[in-house]
Design a protein around this ligand. Structure first.
Ligand SMILES: NC(=O)c1ccc[n+]([C@@H]2O[C@H](COP(=O)([O-])OP(=O)(O)OC[C@H]3O[C@@H](n4cnc5c(N)ncnc54)[C@H](OP(=O)(O)O)[C@@H]3O)[C@@H](O)[C@H]2O)c1
Length: 278
């Protein structure tokens, strides 16, 4: 797996990780075993960055990830979680972070994000909790998600530490952040973590020019359109991604996508076909 620098931290993380949105609560053992097997296979293939959030399955995703973490050396995994913006005070935000750590069974996150900019609390309070968690050693790095560039800059101005990433909805059919915000992140040494890299549903129903272009590029690379969709994102400087795959064959295909290098012309073809679809 290709590793790249996270923000300006000097730390290398895999260009592809694993998403865990969609792990549901109150399911049977087979359901959770199957999820865990996919995560384990991903880790074997180098997808050691695992993305979760307190809100995914109302804590169930963090619990499943916690079970997985307990099987490995903590230092071999990179764990991201997110604070949902429903907590009203510094005290309740701190409590939410502690509960996430408890469900994950770890003493610190590698990366902790504010999940959405909208909040019942001010941006200042949101940044204060991030600073506090870094100071207390509860997280190594902090970042945000779904922030505009302006909101990101405001957040930075309120922090004593750095925001190393903005986790954003970015894929071949939703290219706005790649075309409009990415230049700012590239210039300022910030990682753009692309979520829903397969449009959330795996692009099985993709139609029109974008599908045709992807199909022809996929043929050239002996790949699937999903692999090309992922490769398109991570062929951009400063972009990493976290596809979600509950099927092992999808995890394996995604890991291979990290090796695909697209030509300038292929990158441009996908850009033009995607923008016309938006
Ligand atoms: N920060 C935020 O606000 C936010 C929002 C949404 C998501 N996220 C994060 O980003 C992660 C990924 O996004 P996502 O879950 O929305 O969806 P996604 O990764 O865009 O797509 C997941 C879908 O693609 C399928 N798939 C995966 N690999 C495939 C392959 N190689 N070929 C064909 N189909 C494939 C999966 O099928 P199977 O499951 O059947 O394998 C699943 O149906 C989330 O899990 C979460 O961690 C963050």
């Amino acid at each position: 797996m290709r590793n790249v620098e996270l923000g300006k931290t000097g730390e290398k993380i895999p260009i592809l990780g694993q998403g865990t949105w969609g792990i549901k609560s109150r399911k049977g053992k087979d359901y959770y075993d199957s999820w865990k097997n996919s995560l384990r296979r991903g880790i074997e293939l180098g997808l050691t960055h695992i993305d979760t959030a307190e809100v995914y399955g109302f804590g169930t995703s963090e619990k499943v990830v916690g079970d997985i973490i307990s099987e490995y050396n903590r230092d071999d995994l990179f764990i991201t979680s997110k604070l949902f913006p429903m907590h009203l005070s510094f005290r309740t935000m701190k409590k939410a972070a502690s509960k996430s750590l408890k469900r994950l069974g770890i003493t610190n996150f590698d990366l902790y994000l504010i999940h959405w900019p909208f909040s019942f609390t001010s941006r200042g309070k949101q940044m204060k909790i991030l600073d506090h968690l870094v100071k207390e050693g509860k997280t190594r790095y902090v970042g945000v998600s779904n922030f505009s560039v302006e909101q990101f800059k405001e957040g930075l101005s309120l922090l004593n530490t750095d925001l190393v990433t903005n986790q954003l909805h970015a894929n071949i059919s939703k290219q706005k952040h790649v075309s409009e915000s990415l230049p700012y992140y590239q210039e300022n040494g910030v990682t753009l973590t692309a979520y829903s890299p397969l449009g959330h549903r795996g692009y099985s129903n993709l139609k029109g020019d974008l599908r045709d272009k992807l199909n022809s590029i996929a043929k050239t690379h002996n790949a699937t359109i999903q692999q090309i969709a992922i490769a398109w994102l991570i062929n951009h400087k400063n972009v990493i991604s976290i596809p979600k795959a509950s099927k092992i064959e999808h995890v394996e295909a995604n890991a291979k996508a990290a090796e695909i290098i697209l030509s300038e012309n292929e990158l441009k073809l996908i850009k033009n076909a995607g923008i016309s679809q938006e």
